[in-house]
Design a protein around this ligand. Structure first.
Ligand SMILES: [Zn+2]
Length: 204
């Protein structure tokens, strides 16, 4: 990650408890599994990845400061909306610093219901441009500027690469988003391991 993590860049307004219903509990269970799976793929950095799923009440999103591969049920919050620098949340912990970015994706793409964000260093350190990827310039994380840039990029495709930061995969559901993360990770691994590769291997 190009920039050091210094917390969220908005004010969290807690609106109440988040008591997941049966459907929301299932979503959270699946997101915990996805986090473990991404951890097995090597995406383990703290404050790194964050995931969200759209529901009829808002978006369920990972809270900030928890490792994506070690999530518990209490590491999720429900974001019900935001206004400028205030994010409205049900739950007890602050949502991911990228909550506004996730929200923008769902505004831009009505058919998308899951967004997975990871710090896939293989993908972000590859200079070769890969078809199907939407590239976004380097922007400070968690800002409205980055949320707007991602919202625009999301209109063009389902796999976004944020320069010196990470990738975002969009899916109609959690499984299709996870498949995209895997598909492009494999693609970039293949490029990175060819002798003529222009991919930097250094992490961070
Ligand atoms: Zn990130």
């Amino acid at each position: 990650m190009g920039e050091k993590y210094t917390g969220t860049k908005f004010k969290t307004v807690f609106k109440g408890k988040f008591i997941p219903n049966a459907k929301e509990s299932e979503i959270i269970k699946t997101l915990i599994k996805i986090g473990k799976e991404l951890g097995r793929m090597g995406f383990k950095d703290n404050n790194g990845g964050n995931f969200s799923v759209r529901t009829k009440n808002g978006i369920i999103i990972k809270t900030t400061g928890s490792f994506p591969h070690q999530l518990k049920k209490s590491d999720f919050a429900l974001v019900a909306g935001f206004k400028k620098d205030e994010v409205y949340v049900y739950g007890e912990k602050e949502p991911s610093s990228e909550a506004r970015l996730h929200w923008g994706i769902y505004q831009a793409r009505p058919e998308i219901n899951c967004a997975l964000h990871t710090h896939d260093f293989t993908a972000i350190h590859c200079l070769t441009k890969v078809n199907g990827c939407i590239y976004i310039r380097e922007i400070s994380y968690g800002t409205m500027e980055s949320a707007r840039a991602v919202k625009n990029a999301a209109k063009k495709g389902d796999y976004l690469i944020m320069k010196n930061h990470g990738v975002i995969a969009l899916g109609k559901n959690m499984i299709s988003a996870l498949k995209l993360i895997k598909k492009y990770h494999e693609k970039f691994e293949t490029i990175a391991t060819t002798p003529s590769s222009d991919c930097r291997t250094k992490k961070g």
